[in-house]
Ligand binder design. Structure first.
Ligand code: MRU
Length: 365
C-alpha cells in the first residue's frame, strides 16, 4: 500500500508529493512548523491528508510544548490549533481534524483534571494516529458504496488526485476505482492532468501505473472532446468541502467537467468522507476558496512560461452546484438530490449502519 503519512519515532513522516513521480522520497518533520510548511507547499495535500497532517502536527507541537503550568500547556495547544487552521482554508477536513483534537483535549484534560503532561502528550499522539487509521477504513467503505455505480467496461474520468496520496490511504475517488477493480470489473481510467500543479499527471497517474490499473492521461482541455465522442461513461471526483445543499468545492476545473457531464448525460459522482461535509455552510457560495501564488500559473518546474508583468488569477478550487452531481458517496452511504434533505440525514448518522444505505432517491446507475 502507498504510505502517505505516518507517525514514526515522534516525527511526522510523509511522502514528498512535490517530487513525485520522479522521486519517492519521504520527509520526516521534527517540528510542527515543518508540518505547517509541508501543508502550505503541497508536500502533503488532499483534504483528508491535510486533516491527518494537522492532527499529527498539533500532537508533535505538544510534545515540545512548555510544561511550566497547566494554563501555559492549554494556551500552547490552542495556539497550535490556530496555526494549523490558517494553512488551507477550503479543506473542510482540516477544520474537522483540528476540532476533533480540541474536543479530545478537553475530554482528557478537563479544567478540574490532573496535569500529567507526559500522559496528555501520548494521548494526543494516539488520537492523531487513530484519525489516520480510521481514514483508511472510511475510504474502503466509500469504495464499497461507490463501486456499485461502476460497470465492467466503463471508462471513468477523474480530476486532480483523490487517491491514496490525498488521504491516509486507498483514496476516495480512486478508492471507488480501486474497489471496482478489486471486484474484478474491467475499467479504463482517464486522468485529467489538472493544471496548474498537475496533481493528475504527477500523482493520480503515478498511483494508477503503480497499481497497473489501465489509464490514459489527457490535458484538462481534452475532456469535453472525449465526452462528445462518447468515450467517457462515468466521472468520479473527490471534494474539499461539501455544503449542506450538496454544492461541492473541489480542485479547480471540476465545475467545468460537471457542466460538460450534464450536457452529455454522463453520471457525475463525488466521493468523500462525511468529515468533508460542512453542515454550517448552507450553500457553495459561502465556501472559502483558497487563492495560491501566481508562480504556480506563470512557471513550471522553475521555468517561466508567461511574460513578466502579466496579471494572474489562481483559485485552487471551484464550486460545483449540487444540481450537477448525480450522487455523493460517503462512508455513511450515498446521498442523492434533494441534497438539502439527504445530506443532513446522512451526515447526522453517528453510527455507521451496515448495508447499502441510500439517502434520497436511489441514484441512477
Ligand atoms: O490542492 P490540493 O491538491 O490539496 O487539492 C486536492 C483536491 O482538490 C482533491 O480532489 C480533494 O482534496 C479530495 S482528496 C481525497
Amino acid at each position: 500500500m502507498i504510505r502517505t503519512i505516518a507517525w514514526q519515532d515522534d516525527t511526522v513522516v510523509m511522502i514528498d508529493q512535490r517530487r513525485l513521480p520522479q522521486e519517492e522520497r519521504y520527509l520526516a518533520c521534527t517540528t510542527h512548523r515543518e508540518v505547517i510548511a509541508a501543508i502550505n507547499d503541497l508536500t502533503i495535500r488532499g483534504a483528508p491528508a491535510i486533516g491527518i497532517a494537522a492532527a499529527m502536527g498539533v500532537a508533535l507541537g505538544m510534545l515540545q510544548a512548555p510544561v511550566t503550568s497547566p494554563s501555559v500547556f492549554r494556551e500552547t495547544f490552542d495556539d497550535l490549533c490556530s496555526q494549523f487552521l490558517r494553512t488551507r482554508p477550503t479543506a473542510r477536513n482540516l477544520f474537522w481534524a483540528v476540532e476533533r483534537m480540541k474536543a479530545y483535549f478537553s475530554r482528557i484534560f478537563p479544567s478540574d483534571g490532573p496535569f500529567d503532561a507526559p500522559a496528555l502528550r501520548r494521548s494526543l499522539v494516539d488520537e492523531a494516529k487513530r484519525i489516520l487509521k480510521e481514514d483508511i477504513a472510511i475510504n474502503r467503505r466509500i469504495g464499497g458504496f461507490g463501486a456499485a455505480f461502476i460497470q465492467s467496461g466503463d471508462a471513468v474520468l477523474t480530476h486532480c488526485n483523490a487517491g491514496a496520496l490525498a488521504t491516509g490511504g486507498y483514496g476516495t475517488a480512486l478508492g471507488v476505482i480501486r474497489a471496482a477493480v478489486e471486484q474484478g470489473k474491467e475499467i479504463h481510467v482517464f486522468v485529467d492532468e489538472t493544471r496548474p500543479v498537475l496533481q493528475g499527471a504527477r500523482l493520480t497517474a503515478w498511483e494508477l501505473v503503480k497499481e497497473r490499473i489501465p489509464a490514459t492521461l489527457i490535458t484538462d482541455n481534452m475532456a469535453g472532446y472525449l465526452m462528445s465522442r462518447g468515450k467517457i461513461d462515468k466521472i468520479v471526483v473527490g471534494a474539499d468541502r461539501i455544503a449542506k445543499n450538496g454544492d461541492t468545492a473541489n480542485k479547480i476545473g471540476t465545475y467545468s467537467l460537471a457542466v460538460l457531464a450534464q450536457a452529455h448525460g454522463i453520471p457525475f459522482y463525488v466521493a468523500a468522507p462525511t468529515s468533508t461535509i460542512d453542515l454550517e455552510t448552507p450553500e457553495g457560495a459561502e465556501i472559502p476558496i483558497e487563492e495560491r501564488a501566481p508562480e504556480e500559473v506563470t512557471a513550471w518546474g522553475g521555468y517561466r512560461v508567461a511574460p513578466e508583468g502579466i496579471a494572474v488569477f489562481n483559485p485552487a478550487f471551484d464550486v460545483t452546484a449540487g444540481r450537477y452531481i448525480t450522487a455523493i458517496i460517503t462512508e455513511a452511504g450515498v446521498a442523492t438530490a434533494p441534497y438539502e434533505k439527504s445530506i443532513p440525514a446522512m451526515a447526522g448518522q453517528d453510527k455507521i449502519k451496515e448495508g447499502n444505505e441510500i439517502y434520497g432517491q436511489a441514484a441512477p446507475v
